[in-house]
Design a protein around this ligand. Structure first.
Ligand SMILES: [Zn+2]
Length: 234
């Protein structure tokens, strides 16, 4: 069932390794078939090198396993909460990539300091609140998803395709699993650039709002003009 989706999710999980975003098994990516309401996700604790496409686990949006002989990633409830809350996404990636995780551990949003950042995030990369002890005890992974959704009450997940869960690490998403992983890589790069920029110029240069809007809007939204248009005139 859903062989193509399983293959895409398998490949995207290997990309997490190829992009140097994971250490050992600390990372996972999932994809969603929104029409069927089925998520495909990495199995729990299986090494990336040994994993094969048929190891990918299928679950419905309520968290019931519908196919697979292995247990799903323990972070599956966080992924499912994001799919339930953000209707426009069909891929999620979670890593402990070093620079983004450093910002998450510092409880520090990633300020937008240049156009690389503005091409993907329409402002600073947000940070969640800390989980309450009762949330950690009750259903840690589900509440990890819930604090992300809470942080996005007034933010558009399309304009901000990722978040830092405080004291933990980044989650990114996209229209499919490949885009979620690419956004994870870009988030890591902009975290590194922001840290280096602040080292060179602790008080920093102000990044103008006009440049932020320009760079974001030329790649996203109705006025986008970056790249090739399929079937378009120019
Ligand atoms: Zn984690």
């Amino acid at each position: 069932m859903l062989g193509v989706l399983k293959e895409q999710v398998w490949r995207a999980n290997l990309d997490l390794v190829r992009f140097n975003l994971v250490t050992l098994t600390f990372g996972n990516a999932s994809g969603l078939d929104r029409k069927r309401g089925i998520m495909a996700i990495k199995p729990s604790g299986v090494s990336f090198e040994e994993m094969i496409p048929s190891d990918i686990v299928l679950m419905d949006l309520e968290g019931k396993k519908v196919e697979g002989r292995l247990r799903p990633s323990s972070d599956a409830p966080s992924h499912l909460e994001l799919y339930r809350a953000f209707g426009g996404i069909s891929g999620v990636a979670h890593t402990h990539s070093e620079y983004a995780t450093a910002f998450a551990q510092a409880g520090h949003e990633i300020p937008c300091l240049g156009t690389t950042h503005a091409d993907i995030f329409h402002g600073a990369v947000p940070v969640t609140r800390a989980l309450k002890p009762s949330e950690v005890r009750k259903n840690y992974e589900l509440y990890t998803g819930k604090v992300i959704v809470e942080r996005f009450r007034r933010l558009d997940p399309v304009e901000f395709p990722g978040v830092l869960v405080v004291s933990h690490g980044p989650f990114t998403w996209g229209k499919d699993v490949a885009e979620a992983v690419r956004n994870g890589l870009l988030l890591e790069k902009i975290a590194k650039m922001a840290l280096l920029t602040r080292l060179l110029a602790p008080r920093g240069m102000r990044f103008p709002r006009s440049l932020l809007d320009k760079h974001f809007q030329r790649k996203h939204g109705p006025a986008a003009y970056y790249g090739q248009r399929i079937g378009g005139k120019k």
